[in-house]
Design a protein around this ligand. Structure first.
Ligand SMILES: NC(=O)c1ccc[n+]([C@@H]2O[C@H](COP(=O)([O-])OP(=O)(O)OC[C@H]3O[C@@H](n4cnc5c(N)ncnc54)[C@H](O)[C@@H]3O)[C@@H](O)[C@H]2O)c1
Length: 188
C-alpha cells in the first residue's frame, strides 16, 4: 500500500508500540494523526513528526469521532491504545478485584472496537485508491499476545481478536458480493 500522503490515525500513538507506528508512518510520508490520552507526550511527538495530536480517550464515542474528523481523508487506522493489569484470579486474601479487569476490558476491547468502527465508517465514505481499495483499520498491540502474563486481564481480550476479524473480512466479502451481483437489496 502506498503510504505517502495518506491520512493515518494512530490511537495510543503517544507511546510504545503506537509511537513506533506513528514514527514509521511519518517516515514514509503519511499524514499522521495521533489520538491519545497523554497530551504531554502526544503534543511533543506530533511536533517532532509534523503530525497532528488530538487528546482522545478511545472509550469515548465523541472523542474518537473528533479524532477521526481531524485526520481528514483517512486511509489507515491503527489502534494501539491500551493498558495492562496483572493480578491472580484468586489471591491468598481472596478473589481478584473486578474493577481493574473491567477497566482493561473497557479500554483494550471496547476502545479498540470504538476506534475500528468509527475509522472504518469514515474510510467507507472515501474514494477507493488506485488499487480500488478502502483499507480496513488495523489492530495494534491490545490484540497482540503476551506470553507469561499473570492474569488474563493483562493480556488482550480474545474479543479484540474476534472483533478485528469481521473487519478484515468485511471489505473482501463486500467486494465478492459486488462481483457476484449479490449485494442485498437494501445495501447502499
Ligand atoms: N509492548 C508490548 O510488547 C505489548 C505486547 C502485548 C500487548 N501489549 C499491550 O498493548 C498495549 C500498548 O502497549 P505499549 O507497550 O505500546 O504501551 P504504552 O503504555 O507505551 O502505550 C499505550 C498508549 O496508550 C495510551 N492510552 C491508554 N489508555 C488510553 C485511552 N483510554 N485512550 C487513549 N489512549 C490511551 C497511553 O497514553 C499510551 O500512550 C497495552 O495494552 C499493552 O498491555 C503490549
Amino acid at each position: 500500500m502506498r503510504l505517502y500522503g495518506i491520512g493515518a490515525l494512530v490511537a495510543g500513538g503517544a507511546s510504545g508500540l503506537g509511537e513506533a507506528t506513528a514514527r514509521a508512518l511519518a517516515a514514509r510520508g503519511a499524514r499522521v494523526t495521533i489520538a491519545d490520552l497523554n497530551d504531554e507526550r502526544g503534543e511533543a511527538l506530533a511536533a517532532e513528526l509534523g503530525a497532528t495530536f488530538v487528546k482522545t480517550d478511545v472509550t469515548g464515542e465523541g472523542q474518537v469521532q473528533a479524532a477521526v474528523e481531524a485526520a481528514g481523508e483517512l486511509r489507515l487506522a491503527v489502534s494501539c491504545a491500551g493498558i495492562g493489569w496483572a493480578e491472580r484470579t484468586v489471591k491468598r486474601d481472596g478473589p481478584a478485584a473486578l474493577e481493574p479487569f473491567e477497566t482493561v476490558v473497557r479500554v483494550n476491547l471496547i476502545g479498540t472496537f470504538n476506534v475500528l468502527r468509527l475509522a472504518a465508517a469514515a474510510m467507507a465514505e472515501g474514494e477507493p485508491d488506485e488499487g480500488g481499495e478502502r483499507r480496513p483499520p488495523r489492530r495494534g498491540a491490545p490484540g497482540a499476545r503476551r506470553a507469561g502474563a499473570a492474569s488474563a486481564a493483562a493480556r488482550p481480550p480474545g474479543g479484540v481478536r474476534r472483533a478485528g476479524l469481521p473487519h478484515r473480512r468485511e471489505p473482501d466479502a463486500e467486494r465478492r458480493d459486488d462481483q457476484a451481483g449479490r449485494r442485498p437489496q437494501n445495501a447502499s
